[in-house]
Design a protein around this ligand. Sequence first.
Ligand code: SF4
Length: 301
Amino acid sequence: RDLIAQIPHLTGSGERVTDEEISFDPFEFERRQAARLEIADGVGCGGDEIIRVVVTRATMDKLAPRIRPGEDVRPEAVYEDLPILEVDPLEAFEVSERDVLITVADGVKLPSITAFRLLAQKLKDKGCPNPILLKDCLNFEGTPLSPDEALLRASVAVGSLLCDGIGDAVLIRGESGAGQSLRLAFNILQAAGCRSFKTDYVACPSCGRTLFDLQEVTARIKARTEHLKGVKIAIMGCIVNGPGEMADADFGYVGGAPGKINLYVGKTPVRFNIPEAEAVESLVDLIREHDKWVEPQPAEA
Ligand code: SF4
């Protein structure tokens, strides 16, 4: 319900959902080809680079004292320092340089998704391969959004565009907390499959077939594995439907029988009927066996 409540804000009130057949295959993905350029010291954007996280100067000033060496979740460039061209895609515009990012100017009277799709199409028509900086919002309301609203709107707007293959860097401003907006940017990139900075979990919703306490077991697995970057773990309540729903998980923890767990590597079952009390450690052992395990860093004093 909360998600649906954001739709008028994201699409423009009164928009009617068309029932016409769509002209493209929504299951095909191709990233928009963009030229590579450097947006900060040693930080490339576009080309084959990962999608970058940009913050405003004000956010950077708040975050800088808190960034620890080696931390993955950190800003990669400051908006005010970028080589950037802001345009209104509703108007005619020229791109005279190849070495600039392009974004939609604040205040454009379009929802973000529409504005950036239009921008991408116009750049394509002009043959401009400049990378695109995505923004979660172009217009700001008088009162700050609640964290839930900011999260939902940014996820829908930026996530949709990333799934379209549009975007080489992201800037999140709907969430006013500095640390929260940075974390949200990385979470959206991870959820869209663009970057991986933490463990990914896929869990079934549970039903009458579930053979263990899904929430309690998920919490225990997370506590043991959430420091593993780039590992995807599926936690499924039963072997009837679980293995088919594990998507592209690297490892699976699946209820095999009451009190017994089967473990998977990809879609292949490799360990069977492990007593539930031993299954989480057996999963850790399996991850280690496949060279995906690292010891967690001790917490700072
Ligand atoms: S995977 Fe099994 S337990 Fe989980 S929701 Fe599907 S049928 Fe139910």
